[in-house]
Every structure is written in C-alpha cells, then in structure tokens.
Design a protein around this ligand. Structure first.
Ligand SMILES: [Mn+2]
Length: 425
C-alpha cells in the first residue's frame, strides 16, 4: 500500500485549492438548483469493480511487452487492487477469473480483508485449456459438438460458482470463445441449441436466489467469422430462455463501431435484463482501451440512461472495468478509468431531467440536446476529489501513487515475466 505520510503530504499540498474550487462549483450549481453535497454523496457511494487480470500488462496478437513488477499470482493482484482502492476509494471489489486466480477460499478472504477489498462477479474461463481438464476447448466449450466437452465446461462453471459462494461473490459471468472461423464450419442453429442446453444446466446450479448469471455478447474474437453470443439480441434471448436470474452484460467494446450502445442499454433496462457493464473504450473493435479515453461523451450517455432509470425497483446493474494496458502502468490506468466512470456518473446526475422531459414533449430537439451537453460540459472534478479526500483517499491519486514508489518496490520483489495471459475479454 502507499505510505500514509506520503498520502497525507500529497493531500495537504492540494487541499486549499480543492476547497476553493469545490466552493466555487457549489455556487454555480446552486444557481442551477443543484445541491453539490447531494451529488458528492452519491458519487462517494459509487464503486466499480476491477478485473484481477487488469493489473498485469496486456498484449496484442503481435507481442506482449512485460511491465515492471507485474503480479505473479492472485495475491499480488489483490495487493495492486488494494492500492487502487486506497487512492481512489472507488474500486471496492475485484472480479476473479478461474482458473487464473484459483486459490484456497480462506486465503483469498484473508488477503481481501488485509487489502480492504471484496469480491465481485466470478468469471469462468472456458476459452482456454486448463491443466486439470482432460478435454480441449479448441473447438468450443459450452456449445462443443462433443457432449463430454460440454459437460466438462458446465462442471467448471459450477465449480467457479461454488468458489464464488465461499468468498462472498453474488454473480457468475459466463465467458467463452465459442464460435467459428469459416462459413459452414458450424451449424449456427445446432450450436446455439447446444449452448442454451449447457447454460441452462449452469443456471440450475446458481447457489441462491440472490445470485445472478451474466452472459456477455461480443461481435467477434476469438472466433472471427461468428460468435455464439454475437449481439445484444442473442444475449437477450439467452436471458429470456434461462429465467429471471439471468441478465445481459454490456461490454462497451463488443459492438460494431457505429452501434448506438446507450440505446441498447435503454432497451435492456426497459425489459429488466440489464445485468451490468464491462467498461473500457475503443475506436475500432474490442480495443480494451482505458475507459473514457476515446469517447467520454458516449460514456456519459450510457450513464444518462442509468441515472434516468435509477429509481426503477430492483435496478442494480454490476459495474466493472474490463480493459487491457499495453503502454501504461496498469495501476495508473485503472485508477484513471475508475475516476472516469465516476465522472460520467457525476455529470449524468447534473442533467436537469424535468427540463429535458419538457423539451422532449415539445419536440425542442436543440434545447433537449443542450440540456445534456450542459451537464457534460460541467467540470465535476472538485466533486470527485472532495469525495476522495473525505474518505481518506487521494485528491490526486496518480501523483500520490508516483510519490509513493509502489511500482519500484514491487519490481524488486517480482521478477519480470514475458509470459502471462493478455486476457482480452
Ligand atoms: Mn468483457
């Protein structure tokens, strides 16, 4: 973790300016009828989960360039995630991938307590072969033509949920690489039938009524001609077929470049099937770039839908970052991204919803659009920073992290490794 003195010095250097900026913003928001303290309260209560693999350096199909002091195992990963939460106060939970993070549940719980973290959705990796699994997933897992492979993949998902139950998780994210690379390689209908049959077996094994099963659509990759769950329509069909505890996960990078993602979000909300998000950003495909780094307005528009639906009974989507860091320190990228998600949330809270509804009813397109833009244009950084300061996190997490020397310290303990999964899902 970052030394408490370093954090305190970093905050002391920035506190007077922050208070002045916060008061000034508070005055301007008051003129718009907005109570800054109420917005700050909501922002402070917001958290986004970090994927365990995200603290390692990613890679591409070209190569992977290892970073300094990369985590060697799940316990190192939890240390890194603990730093992210210490400085941002915005990432209270970690999402594990099994088999990558498989470990004794009591050891996981002990480490989580030490680092001040909890566990979010569990991810079952059947897009790769496992040392302990005799059968290969090269040609698919839950939709494989061989019933024995499907059985093995179902059993793995049941095991992942069993582990999740022991460490306080409440959801399973089923991710798979099933699809095809050539037209004609698979019978698309039969393949989807097999997938549904397997997934129904997993659904029956959900540990309790408070558990949810998430499925995630993805237009392409790792299969390049077709994927079994290619878009939100198929994802919705799956959730409908399985039952009320099954919901759809929206990964911002899993759509064609021009798709209107916020509209998909609205549709899934309307029909009670929005399970949650994998936040990242992209320009072309599933680029897994840092959240808000390419199109922050799109992120804001997604949050605009979420804030609009916030009072819907039972509405509780899961929020997780899902991005790969090739050229940055993963801890810095994840801190920045957690703050970007919070920023979009804070901006969406500033939308004058009564005015917006009025402009929509009057078909005043220009003023409706400007109502959103006005919220988006507001620099909410003082709200985010004040929320961090008040909970003992850092006013400027990147500066405090760099002053703390964490990376150099762990680099001395952790040898550089050229291997390691990129894990771009
Ligand atoms: Mn994802």
């Amino acid at each position: 973790m970052i030394d408490a003195d370093v954090l305190q010095q970093s905050n002391e250097a920035a506190e007077a300016d922050l208070r002045a900026d916060y008061d000034s913003l508070g005055e301007r928001l008051a003129r718009r009828g907005i109570d800054i303290a109420a917005v700050k309260e909501k922002v402070a209560g917001y958290g986004v989960a970090v994927p365990s693999w995200g603290v390692g350096t990613g890679g591409t199909r070209f190569a992977r360039f290892p970073g300094q002091g990369e985590p060697r195992h799940v316990f190192d990963k939890l240390d890194d995630c603990g730093v992210i939460h210490q400085l941002t106060g915005a990432t209270p939970r970690v999402s594990l991938h099994i088999p990558w993070d498989d470990a004794d549940p009591s050891d996981l719980l002990a480490k989580a307590e030490q680092t001040g973290l909890g566990f979010d959705a569990m991810n079952s990796n059947t897009f790769q072969d496992h040392e302990s699994h005799p059968l290969s997933y090269k040609y698919g897992s839950l939709s494989h033509t061989d019933a024995a492979v499907r059985r093995q993949a179902v059993e793995h998902n049941l095991y992942v949920m069993e582990l999740g139950q022991k460490i306080g998780s409440k959801a399973l994210t089923v991710w798979l690489g099933d699809g095809s690379n050539f037209p004609g390689q698979v019978n698309m209908t039969r393949q989807f039938e097999r997938y549904l049959e397997s997934t129904k077996e997993i659904y029956k094994g959900l540990p309790g009524g408070d558990w949810r099963l998430f499925t995630e659509h993805k237009i392409f990759e790792p299969a390049f001609y077709s994927t079994v769950v290619q878009d939100w329509g198929t994802n919705y069909l799956i959730a409908q077929e399985l039952g009320p505890q099954a919901q759809c996960l929206v990964d911002l990078g899993h759509h064609a470049p021009t798709v209107n993602i916020e509209m998909i979000v609205a549709r899934l909300i309307q029909f009670g099937k929005l399970g949650g998000f994998h936040f990242n950003d992209s320009k072309y495909g599933d680029d897994d770039l840092d959240t808000g780094s390419i199109d922050p307005y799109r992120l804001f528009l997604v949050f605009n839908e979420l804030v609009d639906a916030a009072d819907t009974p039972g509405f509780d989507p899961a929020h997780m970052l899902d991005q790969s860091h090739n050229v940055t320190d993963p801890i810095e990228s994840l801190m920045m991204s957690a703050m970007e998600v919070q920023r979009a949330y804070a901006q969406a809270l500033l939308v004058d919803r009564r005015a917006l509804a009025g402009f929509q009813d009057e078909n005043d397109a220009l003023m409706a659009s400007d109502t959103l833009k006005r919220a988006f244009r507001t620099d909410v950084e003082p709200i985010l920073a004040m929320a961090r300061l008040e909970r003992g996190a850092a006013i400027d997490p990147i500066a405090a992290y760099r002053q703390g020397g964490y990376r150099a310290r762990v680099a001395a303990e952790r040898p550089q490794s050229a291997g390691g999964g990129g894990g771009i899902v």
